[in-house]
Design a binder for this molecule. Structure first.
Ligand SMILES: [Fe+2]
Length: 194
């Protein structure tokens, strides 16, 4: 028999399943999920439990849950201090990104070329905001962005409309002007039980 899931995570899953069951629109689902993720990343017990979660350096995600019926996935990322994040998109997936511990800089970028080439881009940063515990950022499909680590270790909880890993995403180099397609982060199963 599998062990009981941590109650705060189980409550979040139940809340998401209730939203997904009645609303077919993915953007609307993610907007409705936002306050629930905000509450989850303010959970002191979860913040305390995350202190010894392993680093996800090397393009990894901890995989906390995948919903078999609705396909959404819940991940965690653990960044080392000063971690430089790549500029990337998540293909067609919607993403809600909530900071659990530490601080990160959340950058938004846009293409200033006409977007017609698959191997060349010109980019400019349109905004950067500081994410700290409780802050949740919604990233729509194909939005170009980066998450940069802060001075200390940081942990984020991520809700994705679908599990990444096997979906081709793009990485953008604003200096070399290159676009590199590739698989998403390696998914490391990570159970949060009582
Ligand atoms: Fe991202």
């Amino acid at each position: 028999m599998s062990q009981q899931r941590m109650p705060a995570l189980q409550l979040f899953i139940d809340e998401l399943r209730a939203i997904w069951a009645v609303d077919p629109d993915m953007g609307s689902r993610m907007e409705k999920a936002k306050p629930h993720l905000a509450r989850l990343v303010e959970c002191k017990e979860l913040q305390e439990r995350s202190v010894d979660w392993p680093s996800t350096e090397g393009r990894k995600n901890l995989l906390l849950y995948v919903d078999e019926e609705f396909e959404f996935a819940i991940n965690a990322v653990v960044r080392v201090p000063g971690r430089k994040g790549s500029v990337h998109d998540h293909a067609h997936a919607w993403v809600l990104y909530g900071i659990l511990c530490g601080k990160e800089s959340l950058e938004r970028w846009e293409r200033t070329d006409d977007g017609s080439r698959e191997d060349y881009c010109e980019l400019r940063m349109t905004s950067v905001s500081t994410g700290s515990p409780g802050k949740v950022d919604l990233v729509p499909p194909f939005d170009i962005h980066a998450e940069q680590g802060g001075a200390e270790r940081s942990v984020a909880i991520i809700l994705r409309s679908t599990r990444l890993g096997n979906i081709t995403q793009r990485q953008f180099d604003p200096v070399a002007h290159t676009i590199t397609p590739g698989p998403g982060p390696t998914q490391i199963p990570f159970e949060l039980t009582v």
